[in-house]
Write a protein that binds this ligand. Structure first.
Ligand SMILES: Cc1ncc(COP(=O)(O)O)c(C=O)c1O
Length: 392
């Protein structure tokens, strides 16, 4: 703790100590991790926003990693060369979009994958403007931070031109703003940091129509909502919309090796056919990451997986007696109460009781609740009992 305070963040150590949640993450397995000090178990209902969609140290992912390291004897690979691992994972991802977005650029993190989406939209349309919504989170780097809420760029002096922020769920504002200067609209399919605020029916589909009419592109950030979290492979499948670009990350690395991807239509991806040497990323789509990503795809695309996610979500919705508004698609869950800060109190109560969950940073009245998609029946019942007791 002292070394963490000295070198990483004294503030973090002090805040957690003060709140009595000074957990040092130790061993971890399946749906749980344990405090390194006292071995106390925490059921993980945060999952780093989806990094641990398949639980901690999922045996199938570890097997794939071991095979890649010791049977196939691969490593990160060379980002200049052609790679079968990259090609295989790109093909698998493309099929999940019904081949609407078969073009793929890999990155090491979600933020970078969002950077790729935004700069690609600009270069392909030849237009400057990027439209996003207040309260969004798209990552911590330049363009991605700029597309997010002001709190993620203003303090750092990131103040890039041609970024417009509109209110979430305000179709009229989109109608008024999208123009022939707009390169792209970027949206989380359901904004997580804004408290899992599910948009109105038809919202995304209408934005896509407007974009199409006016020559702009629609980018959907599926870094949290994708890869089965919502009970469908992509969250946008609920909205009958086909985006021009889809961004994924987090869970694609199976909690073991970071990898992210930007998928795009052939028309958009043509840029990378014409300019094969401008998007250079040493770790983007590393061969090891692709081997892990392929194992993730095997699990998420296995028969019955997505139906099970929805069944588990439904069970939680029915059995949680939280007296809040339940915002849910599959196991992408937010619980909202009327008061600001209620999500913070709920998170503290859950953590004290042994379920790790956090509040939504841009709406503190919401508790984000993201159990692993692989939880067992007995674990889900354990979670429900603990949370019901804690919230009561
Ligand atoms: C919706 C969304 N977009 C982008 C990112 C950035 O991803 P990363 O942390 O891998 O850079 C995150 C991370 O929390 C996210 O939740």
């Amino acid at each position: 703790m002292a070394a963490f305070a000295d070198h990483l963040s004294r503030g973090k150590v002090e805040v957690f100590n003060e709140l009595g949640i000074d957990i040092v993450i130790g061993r971890r397995e399946g749906a749980s991790f344990y405090d390194a000090y006292n071995d106390r178990k925490y059921l993980n209902c945060h999952c780093n926003g989806g990094v641990f969609n398949l639980g901690h140290r999922n045996p199938q992912i570890l097997d794939a990693l071991n095979r890649a390291l010791y049977e196939d004897e691969i490593d990160v690979g060379n980002h200049h060369l052609i790679s079968g691992w990259k090609a295989k994972l790109a093909h698998r991802l493309a099929t999940t979009t019904q081949d609407h977005c078969p073009g793929v650029v890999f990155s090491p993190s979600g933020s970078e994958a969002v950077e790729v989406a935004l700069k690609t939209a600009r270069v392909v349309t030849g237009r400057p403007e990027i439209i996003s919504v207040h309260g969004a989170y798209h990552g911590h780097t330049g363009l991605a931070a700029m597309a997010g809420d002001a709190r993620y760029h203003e303090p750092f002096g990131i103040d890039l031109p041609d970024f417009t922020h509109l209110p979430h769920n305000d179709l009229a504002a989109m109608e008024n703003r999208i123009s022939d200067a707009t390169a792209a609209v970027i949206l989380e399919t359901i904004p997580a940091t804004l408290g899992m605020a599910i948009p109105h029916e038809g919202y995304l589909a209408r934005i896509k129509e407007i974009c199409k009419e006016r020559g702009a592109l629609l980018i959907l950030d599926e870094i949290q909502t994708g890869l089965g979290r919502s009970g469908k492979f992509w969250g946008y499948e609920y909205d009958e919309v086909v985006p021009d670009l889809v961004v994924t990350g987090k869970g694609l690395g199976g909690g073991i090796y970071p990898i992210a991807a930007t998928l795009m239509t052939p028309k958009v991806h043509k840029f990378y056919d014409d300019e094969p040497f401008v998007q250079v990323s040493s770790y983007g789509g590393s061969d090891i990451g692709c081997a892990v990503g392929l194992a993730v795809m095997d699990i998420v695309e296995s028969p019955g997986f997505l139906a099970r996610v929805e069944e588990l979500g439904d069970r939680i919705e029915k059995k949680l007696s939280c007296r809040g508004e339940m915002r849910r698609r599959g196991l992408f869950i937010g619980i909202k109460w009327p008061d600001d800060g209620a999500g913070i109190l709920a998170a503290k109560a859950c953590i004290d009781a042994g379920v790790f969950a956090v509040f939504a940073n841009n709406d503190t009245s919401v508790l984000q609740f993201l159990p692993p998609l692989t939880i067992t029946d007995s674990e889900v019942d354990e979670i429900i009992n603990i949370v019901n007791e804690a919230l009561s």
